[in-house]
Design a binder for this molecule. Sequence first.
Ligand SMILES: Cc1cc2nc3c(=O)[nH]c(=O)nc-3n(C[C@H](O)[C@H](O)[C@H](O)COP(=O)(O)OP(=O)(O)OC[C@H]3O[C@@H](n4cnc5c(N)ncnc54)[C@H](O)[C@@H]3O)c2cc1C
Ligand code: FES
Length: 252
Amino acid sequence: MPRYCNAVVDEHGFVSRHFKLLRLRPLSEMQEPKAGQFYMLQAGATSDPLLKRPFSLFKREDGTLSFLYRIRGKGTQSLARFRQGDSIRVIGPLGNRYPVPQGDFIAVAGGIGIASLLSLLEGYPGRAHLFHGARSAEELVMGEEVKRVAKEVIIATDDGSAGMRGVVTDLLAVRLGMTTEPLLPIYACGPTPMLRELHRVVADKEVRCHVSLEEHMACGVGACLGCVVKTTSGYRRVCKEGPVFDMKELAW
Ligand SMILES: Cc1cc2nc3c(=O)[nH]c(=O)nc-3n(C[C@H](O)[C@H](O)[C@H](O)COP(=O)(O)OP(=O)(O)OC[C@H]3O[C@@H](n4cnc5c(N)ncnc54)[C@H](O)[C@@H]3O)c2cc1C
Ligand code: FES
């Protein structure tokens, strides 16, 4: 089944000051996406910016694909200008998926990392202990949606405006330290500093940890080698062999 298609903007609006939710309706049949996969989206109505940008599948419902994104730079500012009814080119679903969790699991989301993890939580409702970190309460977007599907939600913000003041990996470290039973598998997506800290927290523990990386990408389909990361078995392309990797395979 083709991975390239045109889609129409079904709905597009702000969910918070810097975050928008984009719902697209593909105009032709596409492969069914799996939690953890992503799409390359045309970033502007003209050829500038030329390169598509990668976004995780946030939600799949009623034949539509939804993406939750943070407005950062040229590409996302331009993407934010698409309006209902506009046509947009899409490639996907791309990359690998989160391994299927057996039983309960821990999810660690940093900021917009929740966009990648929500479809996993929705696929296994009531099974995720979610540790959700953000800069402030304002950046904890889609909180109600998250609460509906998670078993529990533990929050930390940099400024203390919601949950504990501090970083979410500190809360996770306390939880893992208190647990006497075998540790639940961890699924994480967030900024590199958070993932590095997570790596430190689990380094001496017997736990499977699957992390989704958000490298800069150019082609998104394995051709340019612009997204490689170092692993214990050599360089790997985040767009093709990832974006989900076993934490222990990554060379931190
Ligand atoms: C597999 C994958 C899934 C992603 N899913 C989402 C998602 O669901 N929602 C979302 O908001 N974003 C997601 N991202 C990140 C998103 O692709 C970038 O934010 C976007 O491409 C930035 O484009 P830009 O032109 O607006 O910013 P640029 O002008 O390219 O950059 C603006 C700033 O953002 C930083 N930046 C750019 N790209 C990244 C990146 N990949 N990771 C970290 N910092 C970056 C730059 O260093 C710079 O400081 C994902 C990335 C990958 C690889
Ligand atoms: S973005 Fe081109 S190989 Fe990954």
